[in-house]
Each structure stands twice: as structure tokens, then as C-alpha cells.
Design a protein around this ligand. Sequence first.
Ligand code: MN3
Length: 234
Amino acid sequence: MKRRDFVTIVGTSVIAAPLLGVAACAPAAEGFNGHVFPELGYAFDGLEPYLDAQTMELHYEKHHKGYFNKFMAAAGNTEVINLPMPEVFASVSKYGDGIRNNGGGFYNHALFWENLTPSQGEIPSSLKIAIENNFGSVEKLKETFGTAAKKHFGSGWAWLAVGSDGKLFVSSTPNQDNPLMDIVSEKGAPLLALDVWEHAYYLNYQNKRADYVDNFWNVVNWEVVNKRLSEATT
Ligand code: MN3
């Protein structure tokens, strides 16, 4: 797969964020009304050996695309099709499971692909300071996040997010829920997402979710995490 600029569809402000809005989508990609199935910013084998090419291709082409298609079908003739995803999630309890599960699946995977990179750089200093202020150290964040990801029972996601009070926190959510949804207990803007559904790792790691979680840190795109934090807090 050709490397292309990743479509910026993921903003993180908790308040009035035009995320997945038309203005945020450049260059134009498939989709409509601002709901866009994103390009991967790297090749399927770009994250090897930590995430294998076969898993990436199936995950992106089948799982993620499936959620996108089902979300578009469910949103089709409703007001949801005209709303940015964070607004949908802020009232997701009123839209039903088709929107909650498929909208979450569409959005969460877009966040996840964007917060991975084949060429990891240093953690930007502003992000490092924020992590140290909230968790004590980067190692401590990795431990806390890792524990949330490893111990989450069943399918779901682990998150680093920032609350409306500006504090960073780690949480996990079941199924395709995320911290933007009105139905979750810990609400905030997602900064870093990790898919802990078995389909995300089973081909390569089988039952060893802990190894998958530990290896995740080798491909985290800290620049993106930093960008999301700055967007959510300015
Ligand atoms: Mn998945």
C-alpha cells in the first residue's frame, strides 16, 4: 500500500469539537458529510515486528471498514449523518446500539491507526511534562495503561485521555465504547487508544495479550498524542 498523508479526522476537544467535520478532512477522501474512512499513514507491514502485516490488513480492511459501512448504513437517514462524531458520542445513549457500536468502531480504529507509527520519535517535552505531572513518570504511565489494557475483561479498548479539568487519566471501555460517550463513567478527550479485542493481536500473539500490550509502546506516535493533548486543552 502506498504511503499517503493520513487524513486528519481526529480532533480531541471535549467541548464543541468539529471532529470528523468536513473542515478537518484534508485531503478529500471517500465518505460524505465529513464521515470519512481514513487512509492508513503507513504500509500494512510498516509496524512489524510488533504488529504483523496480515493482522493489520484484516483489521483495517475487514474489521474497521465493516464498522464504517455499518455506521454509514445506520446513520444514513438520521440526524447523525450531519453531526461530528464527538457530538454523536455526547448523546450516544439516545441513538441506540447500531450507532453506539458501529460509530465507536469506526471512530476508535481511526484514532488507533493514527496513534501508531513505523518511525517513533522522542516524546515531545510538553507531553512528557504533562505525563510526569499526572502519573509521576512515563514509565508509570506505561505501567498504569498496560495494566488497564491487560486486565480489561473481554473485548474493548484501553485509553489515555484528558478530562475537562485538564487532568490526564487512564481507563478502559468495553466493546466499542470510548471516553467521549455519555454512557461511560470516565469522560474525556482520547489521547491514545489501544484495541484489546482478540482480532487485534491473536494471529501473532495468540493468547498473550500482555506481550502485545508491552510491544505497543514501540510503535506509539507520541507526536500525535501531543497534538491531541494540545488540541483538547487550548
Ligand atoms: Mn479492532
